[in-house]
Design a protein around this ligand. Structure first.
Ligand code: NAP
Length: 336
């Protein structure tokens, strides 16, 4: 028998565990050309909230009664494919399933000797690439400039802040707990960090943290944090819109400050992006990120939940700030 999480219902507002259902299915025999995959690490990511709704977006919605699909690192435990031998480790968009049968198309092999396998779902995977391209290709930080990142203690934010430090910038992070603020300053070398949940005056905190204004804003969250940052942007500021998690559970379009006059007066650039826009350059980014990790120039933090059944709770934790660094679920050991 094989455990699978399917989408039971679409959330209205914040998702709950009721939206997911654990099912047991029998595995069929492998056919020629197929591999049997055992999930080792399963990623939970904020964009999956969008797929739980049926609104049109850049990825198709999950279907009711069908498995949730996301980033998974898996071991090939049986193979009738020429693409991957038994024992190979692969990454791909796979169902939330302990075992899955796959054609092998669209998967990528990963090397357990280069980095811990979980890294391929984080700093050496989609979130790391998101930080890399959003900051370096849109933010284009220059030494001495001030970079602000929201969602600073998460998977993307921790990499953004460290990359900006490597580029010689003053880095200010915004995050949701005192522990996260301490981690950003003491462990990752951020110059300043603000706890947006407890600061009595976000604008005053931003003014204090950014005495020379803001040249680059890497936005992971939107909402009142972004409103505060935008008040302090400098002439020719660059604003990379990476995520808007503050709105993902909204049931009506968000309203707020009009930003256009600020952008106009400051000749600023605001640009949204999806990491797949840069797919042709993923190889270069991963190589560079892996070098910086190996050289100790980039630190890496994970929040790992143990056990397949933890998946829904782990996912919900993204919206309550449960995680520091990349949030993921460990399902099995390699070779177990
Ligand atoms: N454009 C792309 O291609 C792309 C790719 C990957 C990710 N993203 C986006 O980037 C953002 C970060 O993703 P991630 O994977 O690194 O997730 P993450 O930051 O590791 O986890 C989400 C974090 O968001 C914060 N958060 C939750 N609700 C919030 C709210 N209402 N206001 C402010 N902060 C809130 C929480 O931290 P606190 O404790 O600080 O609240 C939580 O830990 C997300 O918006 C995601 O959708 C975009």
């Amino acid at each position: 028998m094989n455990k699978t999480y399917i989408l039971e219902s679409r959330p209205v507002g914040a998702p709950t565990t009721e939206n997911f259902k654990l099912t047991d299915t029998e595995l069929r025999d492998l056919q020629d050309g197929e591999v049997l995959l055992k999930a080792l690490y399963i990623s939970v990511d904020p964009y999956m909230r969008g797929r739980m709704s049926d609104a049109k977006s850049y990825v198709a919605p999950y279907e009711i009664g069908k498995p949730i699909v996301g980033g998974v690192v898996a071991e090939v435990v049986e193979s009738r494919s020429s693409l991957y031998p038994k024992g190979a480790v692969v990454i791909g968009g796979l169902p939330w399933q302990q075992y899955s049968i796959h054609s092998g198309q669209g998967l990528h092999r990963v090397d357990p000797d280069v980095a811990p396998l979980s890294y391929y779902l984080g700093i050496l995977g989609m979130p790391g690439q998101t930080a890399y391209f959003g900051l370096l290709h849109i933010g284009k930080p220059k030494a001495g400039e001030t970079v602000v990142v929201s969602g600073a203690a998460g998977a993307v934010g921790t990499v953004v802040g460290q990359l900006a430090k490597l580029k010689g910038c003053r880095v200010v992070g915004v995050a949701g707990s005192d522990e996260k603020v301490a981690y950003l300053k003491d462990q990752l070398g951020f110059d300043e960090a603000i706890n947006y949940k407890t600061t009595p005056d976000l604008n005053a905190a931003m003014a204090q943290a950014c005495p020379n204004g803001v040249d680059v804003y890497f936005d992971n969250v939107g909402g009142p944090i972004s409103d505060a940052v935008l008040l302090f942007i400098n002439k020719f500021a660059r604003i990379a819109i990476c995520g808007q998690i503050a709105y993902y559970n909204n049931t009506a379009p968000a309203t707020g400050m009009r930003v256009e006059p600020i952008l106009l007066k400051k000749s600023a650039l605001m640009k949204g992006f999806i990491v797949s826009d840069f797919a042709s350059e993923f190889g270069t980014a991963t190589k560079e990120l892996a070098t910086w990790v190996r050289e100790g120039k980039l630190q890496y933090q994970e929040t790992v939940k143990e056990g397949f059944e933890q998946l829904p709770e782990a996912f919900l934790g993204l919206f309550t700030g449960d995680n520091t660094g990349k949030l993921l679920v460990k399902v099995a050991d390699l070779g177990s």
